[in-house]
Design a protein around this ligand. Structure first.
Ligand SMILES: CC(C)(COP(=O)(O)OP(=O)(O)OC[C@H]1O[C@@H](n2cnc3c(N)ncnc32)[C@H](O)[C@@H]1OP(=O)(O)O)[C@@H](O)C(=O)NCCC(=O)NCCS
Length: 183
């Protein structure tokens, strides 16, 4: 697990995080996760790995201390990003990037050799984040999203190799510097 600069912290998601996680989920996606989904992922899905990102110092009731979350499924030697979101009030500060970076480092721990995800065709912000991390578009899944009928783009990092690990380390150094300077 990455240890980000203060005031941020990362850890595995726990059941008691779910009220805040659900709120961020509700604010972040056209259709919120169905009831019980996160509980199922945490308690019953052995291939699921979920993380929360918090920001210390905001526990005064105005802003929830959890500012983002992410998850992946480990399927054979592949990680599939199941979700990623940062709180709308905290976007544009490198936190989505921190969540993705942590997840990609975690992939090496298992070890996975490839990363995949689906993203809505219209979600150009998320696509920009994934491209920054060298995800390549390898296909589409027509009308993949049942709520809006939108197509998914399938994106992958085909090889989680030593070179890519080095690339992640460079990204981490730059991101941590940014987080420190903006803290
Ligand atoms: C996608 C999401 C997680 C990005 O999180 P974030 O905290 O705003 O993003 P960051 O500040 O870490 O930005 C990381 C990169 O994302 C891209 N990005 C972020 N905001 C952007 C914007 N407004 N326009 C274009 N690209 C943007 C950039 O590549 C950016 O890198 P840079 O800072 O070097 O320019 C966030 O927008 C979100 O939660 N969206 C709703 C949920 C969602 O769509 N999840 C993805 C499902 S596939």
């Amino acid at each position: 697990m990455l240890i980000p600069p203060a005031p941020y912290w990362l850890r595995s998601m726990a059941l008691h995080d779910l009220p805040e996680v659900r709120e961020i989920d509700r604010l972040s996606f056209p259709t919120a996760a169905r009831a019980g989904l996160f509980e199922h992922e945490l308690e019953q899905n052995n291939i699921a790995h979920y993380y929360v990102l918090g920001r210390m110092g905001d526990e005064d009731g105005r802003i929830a201390p959890i500012v983002g979350f992410t998850g992946f499924w480990l399927i054979a030697d592949e990680i599939h990003v199941s979700t990623i979101a940062s709180h709308p009030q905290w976007r544009g500060h490198g936190l989505g990037e921190l969540l993705l970076l942590n997840l990609l480092f975690e992939a090496y721990e298992h070890p996975a050799t490839m990363a995949t995800l689906e993203v809505r065709r219209s979600n150009t912000v998320a696509q920009a984040l994934y491209r920054k991390y060298e995800f390549e578009e390898v296909g589409t899944r027509p009308r993949y999203y049942r709520d809006t009928g939108e197509d998914a783009l399938l994106m992958t990092v085909p090889s989680l190799n030593a070179r890519y690990h080095q690339f992640l380390e460079g990204q981490q150094a730059a991101l941590f510097q940014r987080l420190r300077s903006e803290a």
